[in-house]
Design a protein around this ligand. Sequence first.
Ligand SMILES: [Zn+2]
Length: 365
Amino acid sequence: MKIKELTAYLETLAPLSYQEDYDNSGLIIGSPEAEINSALISLDCTEAVVAEAIRKNCDIIISHHPIIFKGIKKLNGKTYVERVVIKAIQHNIAIYAIHTNLDHVLKGVNSKICDKLGVKDYNILAPGGSLLRKLVTFCPNSHADTVRDALFIAGAGDIGKYSDCSFNVAGTGTFKPGDGTNAFVGETGRRHSEEETRIEVMFSAPLEGQLIFALHEVHPYEEVAYDVYQLNNSHPQVGAGMIGCLDEALDERDFLQLLKDKLNCKVVRYTALRGKKIKRVAVCGGTGGFLLPQAISAGADVFVTADYKYHEFFDADEKIVIADVGHYESEQFTVELLHETITEKFPNFALRLTELNTNPINYLI
Ligand SMILES: [Zn+2]
């Protein structure tokens, strides 16, 4: 298949617009039109991973972390980033990153951690803002069903576990067809009044293009009247971190041991125990300290994340237990997640999982 078929699918699940500003998810090296026969999935895209892709005849590397975060001014191989880029291009290997956009969706990096830990009924810990829109359109009553159907099929009208949500109100539209028009109703040069339905639907921002396209496909008017509004509502299904509950509350030490076992951690760094059972668990794969206030206010007993610094540990302040499991350890199952996700859609596409441990951190035990 072409690269663009694979990336289009991944981006319907984790749209690029869901990524953080500092991020660089998407197709970093390669042409969307290039044919691919086999992909290598990895958490990081290192020189060793590129060598593995060459050995395994993979045309594309799909990594969680982007190899390039910021502008490169020279390509002379002085840094590992430059060497990865040079080597990939020399061997015609594409590189695709699916990073914070995959962190921010309901079925993403954090739900995978929850699954591994047995955390159930999870929700997004910090739902994202500015990601919901409302589309309002007006059409003759005769076409209201058709227009609504098309908008629902294109992805509008989902609120939580409800689909096909819309609000409809009857009214009168007016218009005067000008010279050269081919009006659906009414006569050229005369103002016409038509009984119309005003249809309102909510949608996720990345769907806007396909929604407007679908609207134009089925709306009977030559000029389609519609408004798109940005909403201030937060998006309950898109955002950072996750919070859920264990089936049964565990003693704090038993929970820490569970972390160590399930996430294959050599070390778990944690703050003072509170003598309280662990039931509510907040998680954030990778660097998650910025979510501590949300984890505390959501009533989490523990916050499982990585990359904590010395002074930041004090912020637990006996309100919560912070458990730092390590960045690689927290995100290692992202490779498995990507494998499952891609296989579901393209069962016959050759996918390889990296056999390398790309964790740059070692532990002397
Ligand atoms: Zn990460």
